[in-house]
Design a protein. Structure first.
Length: 296
């Protein structure tokens, strides 16, 4: 396949969406996968005897080409290099599309600290970047922007000097242009409280020796907030890291991920899947394409 048409690129990108992965895992088949595979023209170019996962691998290979890379491709590179390269699912956890204020962080990794990564692919605009990194710095000690070569100069001139910059080069390797400064004391207890769940806030308080009083559920949020704001930023951040590593733990997915091709590992880590759906997903991606073609 040479140059991709815009509709093909869009269809290939959507193959890795949560909607497709969720359908495959819950139903063991995905009409949406089949429809997108046809729209991408991949279903007609691969041998019918090949498996569903072969089509995902082919799609991923196409998206890795410079000019077609989307957010998923960058996230997959981060998962491979940072989550699996430096850490593991035993020592670190990952947050995907994590809400901070009115922004949504592309990907964050929790190990001894909390590090957020904002993706700026060649298909993205930098219009909101300044606001995004400022917002993320209220919750995460380290903020990185991972960008394409074409965006690097603009990113350097846009973000503060304490924000790290990573580059995904033409060979699909990540290089570090600038390291991020770790500044947990510059985060905000209020922003952290607003970004985590009520049960997680209660656990952070407990780690700091503060027990929430028993109050009606209607008053609980306000009471927890009042107590949480008494924490200094570093305490709130350290507690958040410790609690979220447990509450958002991805270790139960390790066996599933080990059975998936590289192209699908990041998707599986990003979509909430029930344990009983794991085997169904594995069976679905091993389905011959001639059978998957009838799913639609």
């Amino acid at each position: 396949m040479t140059a991709l048409e815009p509709h093909q690129t869009a269809a290939i990108s959507r193959l890795f969406s949560s909607s497709v992965i969720r359908e495959l895992a819950r139903k063991g088949r995905s009409p949406l996968f089949t429809r997108l595979a046809r729209q991408s023209h991949l279903l007609g170019t691969l041998p019918a005897s090949e498996r569903v996962y072969d089509l995902f691998e082919a799609a991923f290979s196409l998206l890795r080409r410079v000019g077609y890379r989307d957010e998923y491709i960058y996230k997959a590179a981060l998962v491979r290099r940072i989550l699996f390269g430096r850490h593991s699912l035993q020592t670190a956890s990952m947050l995907n599309e994590f809400r901070v204020g009115d922004c949504k962080a592309d990907l964050a990794i929790l190990n001894g600290t909390a590090t957020v990564y904002e993706v700026k692919s060649e298909r993205d605009s930098l219009v909101r970047l300044q606001k995004q990194v400022a917002t993320y710095a209220t919750v995460f000690a380290k903020v990185y922007v991972i960008a394409s070569d074409s965006h690097v100069a603009a990113v350097e001139s846009t973000v503060p000097h304490d924000v790290g910059i990573l580059v995904l080069n033409r060979r699909y390797q990540i290089s570090t242009l600038r390291e991020a400064f770790g500044t947990p004391e510059q985060t905000s207890a209020e922003a952290i409280f607003n970004s985590i769940r009520t049960d997680e806030a209660r656990l952070v308080l407990a780690l700091n020796g503060i027990e929430a009083p028993k109050v009606p559920n209607t008053a609980l949020h306000a009471v927890l907030r009042q107590l949480f704001l008494k924490l200094d930023a570093a305490q709130a951040h350290a507690g958040m890291v410790q609690v979220l590593k447990r509450s958002r733990n991805l270790l139960p997915l390790s066996q599933l991920v080990s059975q998936l091709p590289d192209s699908l590992q990041t998707a599986a880590l990003s979509v909430p899947l029930r344990k009983l759906d794991h085997a169904r997903l594995i069976t679905a991606i091993n389905t011959p394409l001639e059978i998957a073609a009838a799913w639609a």
